[in-house]
Design a protein around this ligand. Sequence first.
Ligand code: ATP
Ligand code: MG
Length: 495
Amino acid sequence: MVAPACILVVDDEPRSVEVIARILREDFEVLSATSVEQARALLENNWVHAIFCDQRMPGMSGVEFLAEVRARWPDIVRMIVTGYTEPDDMIDAINQAGIYQYITKPWHPDQLLLAARNATQLFTMQREYERLSLELRLAPPVVEGRLRQQRERVAGSYHFDSIIRSPASPMCDVCRQAAKTAVFDIPVLIEGETGTGKELLARAVHYASQRSAGAFVAVNCGAIPDDLLESELFGHRKGAFTGAHANRRGLVEEADGGTLFLDEIGDISPAFQVKILRFLQEGEFRPLGTNETTRVDVRVLAATHRDLRAEVRAGRFREDLYFRLTGMVLSIPPLRSRPADIHVLAQHLLDAACARHGRHVRGFAPGVMDVLVRYAWPGNVRELQNEILRMLVLAESDCLGLDLLSPMLMGVGPVTVTPQAPLAAEPTVHDSGTLQERMDALEADVLMETIARCGWNKSLTARELGLSRVGLRAKLERYGIVPDAGKQSLQKGNS
Ligand SMILES: Nc1ncnc2c1ncn2[C@@H]1O[C@H](COP(=O)(O)OP(=O)(O)OP(=O)(O)O)[C@@H](O)[C@H]1O
Ligand SMILES: [Mg+2]
Protein backbone atom coordinates (compact mmCIF):
# COMPACT_ATOMS: atom_id res chain seq x y z
CA MET A 1 0.00 0.00 0.00
CA VAL A 2 1.24 3.50 -0.84
CA ALA A 3 1.73 5.70 2.26
CA PRO A 4 -0.58 8.78 2.29
CA ALA A 5 1.01 12.07 1.31
CA CYS A 6 2.15 14.27 4.21
CA ILE A 7 0.87 17.83 4.69
CA LEU A 8 2.15 20.41 7.15
CA VAL A 9 -0.31 23.01 8.49
CA VAL A 10 1.22 26.19 9.99
CA ASP A 11 -0.86 28.82 11.84
CA ASP A 12 -0.15 30.74 15.08
CA GLU A 13 -3.78 30.19 16.00
CA PRO A 14 -4.00 26.63 17.49
CA ARG A 15 -7.73 26.39 16.81
CA SER A 16 -7.30 27.17 13.09
CA VAL A 17 -4.54 24.57 12.85
CA GLU A 18 -6.77 22.01 14.50
CA VAL A 19 -9.75 22.71 12.20
CA ILE A 20 -7.66 22.42 9.02
CA ALA A 21 -5.85 19.32 10.29
CA ARG A 22 -9.12 17.58 11.11
CA ILE A 23 -10.42 18.05 7.56
CA LEU A 24 -7.20 16.94 5.89
CA ARG A 25 -6.74 13.87 8.10
CA GLU A 26 -9.44 12.13 6.05
CA ASP A 27 -6.99 11.65 3.21
CA PHE A 28 -3.56 12.67 4.40
CA GLU A 29 -1.00 12.34 7.09
CA VAL A 30 -1.04 15.76 8.78
CA LEU A 31 1.65 17.57 10.81
CA SER A 32 0.75 20.79 12.69
CA ALA A 33 2.87 23.71 13.83
CA THR A 34 1.81 26.88 15.67
CA SER A 35 5.09 28.70 15.05
CA VAL A 36 7.67 29.10 12.31
CA GLU A 37 10.34 27.47 14.54
CA GLN A 38 8.17 24.45 15.14
CA ALA A 39 7.40 24.24 11.40
CA ARG A 40 11.14 24.32 10.55
CA ALA A 41 11.87 21.49 12.99
CA LEU A 42 9.10 19.37 11.47
CA LEU A 43 10.36 20.02 7.93
CA GLU A 44 13.86 19.02 8.95
CA ASN A 45 12.66 15.69 10.30
CA ASN A 46 9.81 14.69 7.99
CA TRP A 47 9.13 13.94 4.34
CA VAL A 48 6.56 16.69 3.63
CA HIS A 49 4.75 16.96 0.28
CA ALA A 50 2.77 20.18 0.75
CA ILE A 51 2.30 23.09 3.23
CA PHE A 52 -0.72 25.18 4.17
CA CYS A 53 0.60 28.28 5.89
CA ASP A 54 -1.29 31.25 7.43
CA GLN A 55 -0.20 34.65 6.17
CA ARG A 56 -0.54 36.64 9.38
CA MET A 57 1.85 35.29 11.97
CA PRO A 58 3.96 37.09 14.60
CA GLY A 59 7.58 37.71 13.64
CA MET A 60 7.44 36.40 10.09
CA SER A 61 4.71 36.47 7.44
CA GLY A 62 3.51 33.30 5.76
CA VAL A 63 4.95 34.43 2.40
CA GLU A 64 8.37 35.10 3.97
CA PHE A 65 8.40 31.69 5.59
CA LEU A 66 7.33 29.98 2.36
CA ALA A 67 10.11 31.82 0.48
CA GLU A 68 12.53 30.23 2.95
CA VAL A 69 10.89 26.82 2.40
CA ARG A 70 11.24 27.29 -1.33
CA ALA A 71 14.98 27.88 -0.95
CA ARG A 72 15.58 24.92 1.36
CA TRP A 73 13.01 22.34 0.17
CA PRO A 74 12.04 23.43 -3.33
CA ASP A 75 9.97 20.29 -4.04
CA ILE A 76 7.39 21.01 -1.32
CA VAL A 77 4.22 22.48 -2.82
CA ARG A 78 3.43 25.72 -0.99
CA MET A 79 -0.05 27.19 -0.29
CA ILE A 80 -0.95 30.30 1.67
CA VAL A 81 -4.14 30.86 3.67
CA THR A 82 -5.13 34.50 4.06
CA GLY A 83 -8.08 36.48 5.34
CA TYR A 84 -7.48 39.53 3.23
CA THR A 85 -7.96 40.50 -0.36
CA GLU A 86 -4.36 41.41 -0.96
CA PRO A 87 -2.98 44.42 -2.82
CA ASP A 88 -0.61 44.00 -5.79
CA ASP A 89 2.58 43.88 -3.69
CA MET A 90 1.13 40.89 -1.86
CA ILE A 91 0.73 39.14 -5.24
CA ASP A 92 4.40 39.93 -6.02
CA ALA A 93 5.43 38.47 -2.70
CA ILE A 94 3.40 35.37 -3.43
CA ASN A 95 5.20 35.03 -6.74
CA GLN A 96 8.54 35.34 -4.99
CA ALA A 97 7.73 32.45 -2.72
CA GLY A 98 6.57 30.44 -5.74
CA ILE A 99 3.21 29.83 -4.16
CA TYR A 100 1.09 27.22 -5.88
CA GLN A 101 -2.26 28.46 -4.59
CA TYR A 102 -3.65 30.96 -2.11
CA ILE A 103 -6.78 30.19 -0.21
CA THR A 104 -8.94 32.98 1.13
CA LYS A 105 -10.84 32.86 4.38
CA PRO A 106 -13.54 31.82 4.88
CA TRP A 107 -12.76 28.63 3.01
CA HIS A 108 -14.95 25.61 2.43
CA PRO A 109 -13.62 22.19 3.57
CA ASP A 110 -14.03 20.79 0.02
CA GLN A 111 -11.95 23.66 -1.32
CA LEU A 112 -9.21 22.81 1.15
CA LEU A 113 -9.29 19.10 0.33
CA LEU A 114 -9.23 19.76 -3.41
CA ALA A 115 -6.23 22.09 -3.04
CA ALA A 116 -4.44 19.46 -0.93
CA ARG A 117 -5.08 16.69 -3.46
CA ASN A 118 -3.89 18.80 -6.39
CA ALA A 119 -0.82 19.90 -4.47
CA THR A 120 0.25 16.39 -3.49
CA GLN A 121 -0.39 15.15 -7.05
CA LEU A 122 1.82 17.95 -8.32
CA PHE A 123 4.53 16.89 -5.87
CA THR A 124 4.40 13.29 -7.14
CA MET A 125 4.47 14.38 -10.78
CA GLN A 126 7.45 16.66 -10.13
CA ARG A 127 9.30 13.75 -8.57
CA GLU A 128 8.46 11.49 -11.50
CA TYR A 129 9.58 14.16 -13.93
CA GLU A 130 12.91 14.53 -12.13
CA ARG A 131 13.41 10.77 -12.06
CA LEU A 132 12.73 10.49 -15.81
CA SER A 133 14.95 13.47 -16.57
CA LEU A 134 17.73 11.82 -14.64
CA GLU A 135 17.21 8.53 -16.48
CA LEU A 136 17.17 10.40 -19.76
CA ARG A 137 20.47 12.04 -18.88
CA LEU A 138 21.92 8.62 -18.11
CA ALA A 139 20.22 7.00 -21.12
CA PRO A 140 22.70 7.49 -23.98
CA PRO A 141 25.53 5.53 -22.32
CA VAL A 142 23.09 2.91 -21.05
CA VAL A 143 21.45 2.44 -24.46
CA GLU A 144 24.84 2.47 -26.16
CA GLY A 145 26.09 -0.20 -23.77
CA ARG A 146 23.05 -2.39 -24.39
CA LEU A 147 23.44 -1.94 -28.13
CA ARG A 148 27.09 -2.96 -27.95
CA GLN A 149 26.21 -6.07 -25.92
CA GLN A 150 23.46 -6.98 -28.37
CA ARG A 151 25.82 -6.48 -31.30
CA GLU A 152 28.45 -8.68 -29.67
CA ARG A 153 25.85 -11.37 -28.99
CA VAL A 154 24.69 -11.36 -32.64
CA ALA A 155 28.27 -11.39 -33.91
CA GLY A 156 29.03 -14.26 -31.50
CA SER A 157 26.20 -16.35 -32.81
CA TYR A 158 27.40 -15.95 -36.40
CA HIS A 159 31.03 -16.75 -35.73
CA PHE A 160 32.73 -19.46 -37.81
CA ASP A 161 32.67 -21.62 -34.67
CA SER A 162 28.87 -21.58 -34.80
CA ILE A 163 29.08 -23.49 -38.09
CA ILE A 164 28.88 -26.96 -36.61
CA ARG A 165 31.20 -29.55 -38.15
CA SER A 166 33.29 -32.56 -37.21
CA PRO A 167 37.05 -32.10 -36.75
CA ALA A 168 37.88 -33.71 -40.09
CA SER A 169 34.98 -32.17 -42.01
CA PRO A 170 35.58 -30.59 -45.42
CA MET A 171 33.68 -27.65 -43.87
CA CYS A 172 36.81 -26.88 -41.84
CA ASP A 173 38.64 -25.94 -45.03
CA VAL A 174 35.69 -23.91 -46.26
CA CYS A 175 35.57 -21.99 -42.96
CA ARG A 176 39.33 -21.45 -42.94
CA GLN A 177 39.17 -20.03 -46.44
CA ALA A 178 36.12 -17.92 -45.58
CA ALA A 179 37.83 -16.50 -42.47
CA LYS A 180 40.85 -15.48 -44.54
CA THR A 181 38.64 -13.88 -47.17
CA ALA A 182 36.40 -12.10 -44.66
CA VAL A 183 38.89 -9.35 -43.85
CA PHE A 184 39.44 -8.46 -47.50
CA ASP A 185 36.74 -6.23 -48.89
CA ILE A 186 36.15 -8.40 -51.95
CA PRO A 187 32.99 -10.00 -53.36
CA VAL A 188 32.48 -13.65 -52.47
CA LEU A 189 30.27 -16.20 -54.18
CA ILE A 190 29.02 -19.05 -52.01
CA GLU A 191 27.93 -22.18 -53.84
CA GLY A 192 26.03 -25.08 -52.35
CA GLU A 193 22.83 -27.06 -52.55
CA THR A 194 19.75 -25.77 -50.80
CA GLY A 195 19.96 -25.84 -46.99
CA THR A 196 23.72 -26.41 -46.82
CA GLY A 197 24.30 -23.25 -44.78
CA LYS A 198 25.17 -20.66 -47.42
CA GLU A 199 23.48 -17.81 -45.57
CA LEU A 200 25.01 -18.93 -42.28
CA LEU A 201 28.45 -18.79 -43.87
CA ALA A 202 27.71 -15.40 -45.44
CA ARG A 203 26.76 -13.97 -42.03
CA ALA A 204 29.93 -15.38 -40.49
CA VAL A 205 31.95 -13.65 -43.23
CA HIS A 206 30.14 -10.36 -42.54
CA TYR A 207 30.65 -10.51 -38.77
CA ALA A 208 34.34 -11.38 -39.22
CA SER A 209 34.84 -8.45 -41.59
CA GLN A 210 35.63 -4.80 -40.93
CA ARG A 211 32.01 -4.08 -41.74
CA SER A 212 30.68 -6.04 -38.78
CA ALA A 213 29.23 -2.93 -37.13
CA GLY A 214 27.25 -2.23 -40.31
CA ALA A 215 24.13 -4.03 -41.48
CA PHE A 216 23.92 -7.47 -43.07
CA VAL A 217 21.08 -7.19 -45.58
CA ALA A 218 19.91 -10.33 -47.37
CA VAL A 219 17.84 -10.27 -50.55
CA ASN A 220 16.41 -13.42 -52.07
CA CYS A 221 16.75 -12.58 -55.76
CA GLY A 222 15.19 -15.85 -56.88
CA ALA A 223 11.82 -15.33 -55.29
CA ILE A 224 10.92 -11.90 -56.68
CA PRO A 225 9.89 -10.78 -60.19
CA ASP A 226 12.19 -8.24 -61.87
CA ASP A 227 10.24 -5.01 -61.35
CA LEU A 228 9.58 -5.77 -57.69
CA LEU A 229 13.20 -6.80 -57.19
CA GLU A 230 14.36 -3.52 -58.68
CA SER A 231 12.23 -1.49 -56.30
CA GLU A 232 13.23 -3.74 -53.35
CA LEU A 233 16.91 -3.30 -54.09
CA PHE A 234 17.14 0.25 -55.33
CA GLY A 235 14.03 1.84 -53.80
CA HIS A 236 11.56 4.16 -55.46
CA ARG A 237 10.13 7.63 -55.28
CA LYS A 238 6.47 8.30 -54.57
CA GLY A 239 4.43 7.90 -57.77
CA ALA A 240 7.14 5.95 -59.65
CA PHE A 241 4.54 3.30 -60.44
CA THR A 242 0.96 2.47 -59.53
CA GLY A 243 0.95 1.63 -55.85
CA ALA A 244 4.12 3.61 -55.00
CA HIS A 245 2.33 5.74 -52.41
CA ALA A 246 5.47 6.96 -50.65
CA ASN A 247 9.23 7.20 -51.11
CA ARG A 248 10.99 4.00 -50.19
CA ARG A 249 14.65 3.35 -49.43
CA GLY A 250 16.05 0.32 -51.22
CA LEU A 251 17.84 -2.53 -49.47
CA VAL A 252 21.08 -1.48 -51.15
CA GLU A 253 20.87 1.78 -49.21
CA GLU A 254 20.00 -0.07 -46.01
CA ALA A 255 23.23 -2.03 -46.47
CA ASP A 256 25.35 1.13 -46.86
CA GLY A 257 28.51 0.64 -44.80
CA GLY A 258 27.73 -3.06 -44.40
CA THR A 259 27.18 -6.18 -46.47
CA LEU A 260 24.59 -6.91 -49.15
CA PHE A 261 23.85 -10.63 -49.51
CA LEU A 262 22.38 -11.47 -52.93
CA ASP A 263 20.87 -14.89 -52.36
CA GLU A 264 20.01 -17.13 -55.35
CA ILE A 265 21.86 -14.83 -57.71
CA GLY A 266 21.84 -17.61 -60.34
CA ASP A 267 18.08 -17.21 -60.68
CA ILE A 268 17.92 -13.58 -61.88
CA SER A 269 16.76 -12.76 -65.40
CA PRO A 270 19.24 -11.64 -68.11
CA ALA A 271 17.70 -8.15 -67.98
CA PHE A 272 18.27 -7.88 -64.25
CA GLN A 273 21.79 -9.26 -64.58
CA VAL A 274 22.57 -6.10 -66.56
CA LYS A 275 21.18 -3.87 -63.79
CA ILE A 276 23.16 -5.63 -61.07
CA LEU A 277 26.29 -5.51 -63.21
CA ARG A 278 25.91 -1.76 -63.68
CA PHE A 279 25.48 -1.28 -59.95
CA LEU A 280 28.54 -3.42 -59.16
CA GLN A 281 30.66 -1.62 -61.74
CA GLU A 282 29.70 1.90 -60.74
CA GLY A 283 28.83 1.54 -57.05
CA GLU A 284 25.80 3.72 -57.66
CA PHE A 285 22.20 3.27 -58.68
CA ARG A 286 19.08 5.18 -59.53
CA PRO A 287 15.93 4.63 -57.43
CA LEU A 288 12.84 4.05 -59.59
CA GLY A 289 11.18 7.30 -60.60
CA THR A 290 14.26 9.53 -60.26
CA ASN A 291 17.05 10.78 -62.44
CA GLU A 292 19.53 11.23 -59.61
CA THR A 293 22.03 8.55 -58.82
CA THR A 294 22.81 7.47 -55.28
CA ARG A 295 26.22 6.20 -54.23
CA VAL A 296 26.68 3.57 -51.55
CA ASP A 297 29.52 1.64 -49.98
CA VAL A 298 28.56 -2.02 -49.74
CA ARG A 299 30.37 -5.32 -49.92
CA VAL A 300 28.53 -7.87 -51.99
CA LEU A 301 28.30 -11.53 -51.02
CA ALA A 302 26.23 -13.75 -53.30
CA ALA A 303 24.98 -17.30 -53.13
CA THR A 304 23.56 -19.84 -55.52
CA HIS A 305 22.46 -23.45 -55.55
CA ARG A 306 23.35 -23.62 -59.25
CA ASP A 307 26.66 -24.37 -60.90
CA LEU A 308 27.20 -20.78 -62.03
CA ARG A 309 30.15 -21.60 -64.31
CA ALA A 310 27.98 -24.09 -66.14
CA GLU A 311 25.31 -21.38 -66.40
CA VAL A 312 27.90 -19.06 -67.94
CA ARG A 313 28.97 -21.77 -70.38
CA ALA A 314 25.36 -22.36 -71.30
CA GLY A 315 24.95 -18.64 -71.98
CA ARG A 316 22.36 -18.17 -69.25
CA PHE A 317 24.52 -16.11 -66.91
CA ARG A 318 26.68 -13.16 -67.99
CA GLU A 319 30.37 -13.88 -67.75
CA ASP A 320 31.24 -10.28 -66.86
CA LEU A 321 28.79 -10.42 -63.92
CA TYR A 322 30.22 -13.80 -62.87
CA PHE A 323 33.68 -12.26 -62.58
CA ARG A 324 32.33 -9.24 -60.70
CA LEU A 325 30.85 -11.57 -58.09
CA THR A 326 33.70 -13.99 -57.67
CA GLY A 327 36.59 -12.30 -55.93
CA MET A 328 36.55 -15.65 -54.15
CA VAL A 329 34.33 -18.72 -54.51
CA LEU A 330 33.44 -20.82 -51.47
CA SER A 331 31.79 -24.17 -52.13
CA ILE A 332 29.83 -25.87 -49.38
CA PRO A 333 29.69 -29.64 -49.90
CA PRO A 334 26.31 -31.34 -49.56
CA LEU A 335 25.55 -32.93 -46.21
CA ARG A 336 25.51 -36.50 -47.59
CA SER A 337 29.16 -36.21 -48.52
CA ARG A 338 30.13 -35.38 -44.92
CA PRO A 339 28.59 -38.15 -42.81
CA ALA A 340 30.68 -37.31 -39.74
CA ASP A 341 29.01 -33.88 -39.71
CA ILE A 342 25.60 -35.56 -39.56
CA HIS A 343 26.52 -37.01 -36.15
CA VAL A 344 27.56 -33.70 -34.58
CA LEU A 345 24.91 -31.67 -36.35
CA ALA A 346 22.09 -34.03 -35.32
CA GLN A 347 23.06 -33.77 -31.65
CA HIS A 348 23.60 -30.01 -31.89
CA LEU A 349 20.27 -29.43 -33.63
CA LEU A 350 18.53 -31.65 -31.08
CA ASP A 351 20.05 -29.70 -28.17
CA ALA A 352 19.11 -26.40 -29.81
CA ALA A 353 15.52 -27.56 -30.46
CA CYS A 354 15.22 -28.81 -26.86
CA ALA A 355 16.43 -25.47 -25.52
CA ARG A 356 14.04 -23.55 -27.76
CA HIS A 357 10.99 -25.65 -26.95
CA GLY A 358 11.73 -26.41 -23.30
CA ARG A 359 12.04 -30.18 -23.80
CA HIS A 360 14.54 -32.59 -22.24
CA VAL A 361 15.72 -35.23 -24.67
CA ARG A 362 19.23 -36.63 -24.29
CA GLY A 363 19.91 -38.12 -27.67
CA PHE A 364 19.20 -40.84 -30.17
CA ALA A 365 18.46 -44.53 -29.70
CA PRO A 366 20.91 -47.02 -31.22
CA GLY A 367 20.39 -47.34 -34.95
CA VAL A 368 18.93 -43.87 -35.52
CA MET A 369 22.26 -42.33 -36.39
CA ASP A 370 22.92 -45.09 -38.94
CA VAL A 371 19.68 -44.24 -40.70
CA LEU A 372 20.46 -40.51 -40.59
CA VAL A 373 23.90 -41.11 -42.07
CA ARG A 374 22.58 -43.34 -44.87
CA TYR A 375 19.88 -40.93 -46.01
CA ALA A 376 20.70 -38.58 -48.93
CA TRP A 377 19.40 -35.32 -47.37
CA PRO A 378 18.40 -33.50 -50.57
CA GLY A 379 17.38 -30.57 -48.34
CA ASN A 380 20.68 -30.81 -46.43
CA VAL A 381 20.99 -29.29 -42.94
CA ARG A 382 17.59 -27.62 -43.12
CA GLU A 383 15.96 -30.98 -43.82
CA LEU A 384 17.90 -32.58 -40.96
CA GLN A 385 16.78 -29.74 -38.70
CA ASN A 386 13.14 -30.35 -39.68
CA GLU A 387 13.45 -34.10 -39.19
CA ILE A 388 14.86 -33.67 -35.70
CA LEU A 389 12.20 -31.17 -34.71
CA ARG A 390 9.55 -33.54 -35.99
CA MET A 391 11.03 -36.39 -33.93
CA LEU A 392 11.17 -34.15 -30.87
CA VAL A 393 7.51 -33.21 -31.26
CA LEU A 394 6.51 -36.88 -31.39
CA ALA A 395 8.89 -38.02 -28.63
CA GLU A 396 7.45 -39.50 -25.47
CA SER A 397 10.70 -40.41 -23.72
CA ASP A 398 14.08 -38.76 -23.27
CA CYS A 399 15.56 -40.66 -26.20
CA LEU A 400 14.59 -40.36 -29.89
CA GLY A 401 13.89 -43.86 -31.22
CA LEU A 402 13.74 -45.34 -34.70
CA ASP A 403 9.94 -45.35 -34.58
CA LEU A 404 9.96 -41.54 -34.69
CA LEU A 405 11.83 -41.27 -38.01
CA SER A 406 9.73 -40.20 -41.00
CA PRO A 407 8.81 -42.90 -43.50
CA MET A 408 10.84 -40.97 -46.07
CA LEU A 409 14.01 -41.84 -44.21
CA MET A 410 12.91 -45.38 -43.58
CA GLY A 411 12.85 -46.44 -47.17
CA VAL A 412 10.69 -44.75 -49.72
CA GLY A 413 12.94 -41.72 -49.93
CA PRO A 414 16.35 -41.35 -51.51
CA VAL A 415 19.11 -43.58 -50.14
CA THR A 416 22.63 -42.29 -49.81
CA VAL A 417 25.51 -43.19 -52.02
CA THR A 418 28.59 -42.70 -49.88
CA PRO A 419 31.87 -44.57 -49.77
CA GLN A 420 30.82 -45.91 -46.36
CA ALA A 421 27.43 -47.16 -47.54
CA PRO A 422 27.11 -48.45 -51.06
CA LEU A 423 23.59 -48.32 -52.39
CA ALA A 424 21.74 -51.47 -51.32
CA ALA A 425 20.69 -53.55 -54.28
CA GLU A 426 17.09 -53.39 -55.43
CA PRO A 427 15.43 -56.82 -55.38
CA THR A 428 15.74 -58.38 -58.84
CA VAL A 429 13.71 -61.01 -60.64
CA HIS A 430 15.72 -64.24 -60.95
CA ASP A 431 15.35 -66.00 -64.23
CA SER A 432 16.71 -69.49 -63.59
CA GLY A 433 16.03 -72.41 -61.22
CA THR A 434 12.83 -73.90 -59.87
CA LEU A 435 10.00 -71.72 -58.68
CA GLN A 436 11.03 -72.38 -55.05
CA GLU A 437 14.65 -71.46 -55.78
CA ARG A 438 13.60 -68.30 -57.55
CA MET A 439 11.25 -67.39 -54.67
CA ASP A 440 14.06 -67.99 -52.15
CA ALA A 441 16.47 -65.84 -54.13
CA LEU A 442 13.91 -63.05 -54.30
CA GLU A 443 13.22 -63.34 -50.55
CA ALA A 444 16.96 -63.11 -49.83
CA ASP A 445 17.22 -60.00 -52.01
CA VAL A 446 14.29 -58.35 -50.24
CA LEU A 447 15.80 -59.17 -46.84
CA MET A 448 19.19 -57.86 -47.91
CA GLU A 449 17.83 -54.65 -49.36
CA THR A 450 15.65 -53.90 -46.36
CA ILE A 451 18.17 -54.66 -43.64
CA ALA A 452 20.89 -52.66 -45.39
CA ARG A 453 18.54 -49.70 -45.72
CA CYS A 454 17.54 -49.98 -42.05
CA GLY A 455 21.19 -49.76 -41.02
CA TRP A 456 21.25 -53.41 -39.94
CA ASN A 457 18.66 -52.72 -37.30
CA LYS A 458 16.80 -56.00 -36.87
CA SER A 459 13.73 -54.65 -35.01
CA LEU A 460 13.15 -52.09 -37.69
CA THR A 461 13.64 -54.59 -40.50
CA ALA A 462 11.35 -57.10 -38.83
CA ARG A 463 8.67 -54.44 -38.35
CA GLU A 464 8.88 -53.31 -41.97
CA LEU A 465 8.67 -56.87 -43.31
CA GLY A 466 5.93 -57.92 -40.90
CA LEU A 467 8.13 -60.55 -39.23
CA SER A 468 8.91 -61.29 -35.59
CA ARG A 469 12.54 -60.74 -34.54
CA VAL A 470 12.93 -64.49 -34.14
CA GLY A 471 11.42 -65.10 -37.60
CA LEU A 472 13.75 -62.54 -39.16
CA ARG A 473 16.81 -64.02 -37.41
CA ALA A 474 15.88 -67.49 -38.77
CA LYS A 475 15.61 -66.15 -42.31
CA LEU A 476 18.88 -64.24 -42.09
CA GLU A 477 20.62 -67.39 -40.87
CA ARG A 478 18.98 -69.43 -43.59
CA TYR A 479 20.26 -67.13 -46.33
CA GLY A 480 23.55 -66.38 -44.59
CA ILE A 481 22.97 -62.62 -44.55
CA VAL A 482 25.50 -61.07 -42.18
CA PRO A 483 26.55 -57.43 -41.65
CA ASP A 484 30.27 -57.92 -42.25
CA ALA A 485 32.50 -56.80 -45.08
CA GLY A 486 31.35 -59.65 -47.26
CA LYS A 487 27.70 -58.97 -46.49
CA GLN A 488 26.85 -58.22 -50.09
CA SER A 489 27.82 -61.73 -51.16
CA LEU A 490 24.81 -63.76 -50.24
CA GLN A 491 25.22 -67.44 -49.74
CA LYS A 492 21.96 -68.23 -51.40
CA GLY A 493 20.28 -71.57 -51.65
CA ASN A 494 21.90 -73.14 -48.58
CA SER A 495 18.59 -74.09 -47.06
N1 ATP B 1 27.01 -26.24 -40.17
C1 ATP B 1 25.89 -25.80 -39.63
N2 ATP B 1 25.80 -25.66 -38.29
C2 ATP B 1 24.67 -25.25 -37.72
N3 ATP B 1 23.55 -24.92 -38.38
C3 ATP B 1 23.58 -25.03 -39.72
C4 ATP B 1 24.75 -25.46 -40.40
N4 ATP B 1 24.48 -25.46 -41.71
C5 ATP B 1 23.22 -25.04 -41.85
N5 ATP B 1 22.66 -24.78 -40.65
C6 ATP B 1 21.29 -24.36 -40.39
O1 ATP B 1 20.48 -24.89 -41.43
C7 ATP B 1 19.52 -23.97 -41.88
C8 ATP B 1 19.74 -23.68 -43.34
O2 ATP B 1 20.91 -22.90 -43.50
P1 ATP B 1 20.99 -21.67 -44.53
O3 ATP B 1 19.72 -20.93 -44.57
O4 ATP B 1 22.22 -20.90 -44.22
O5 ATP B 1 21.15 -22.52 -45.86
P2 ATP B 1 21.16 -22.02 -47.37
O6 ATP B 1 22.23 -22.77 -48.04
O7 ATP B 1 21.22 -20.54 -47.41
O8 ATP B 1 19.75 -22.55 -47.86
P3 ATP B 1 18.90 -22.07 -49.16
O9 ATP B 1 19.68 -22.47 -50.36
O10 ATP B 1 17.65 -22.86 -49.02
O11 ATP B 1 18.72 -20.62 -49.04
C9 ATP B 1 19.68 -22.74 -41.00
O12 ATP B 1 18.79 -22.83 -39.93
C10 ATP B 1 21.11 -22.85 -40.51
O13 ATP B 1 21.26 -22.19 -39.28
MG1 MG C 1 19.72 -19.22 -48.18
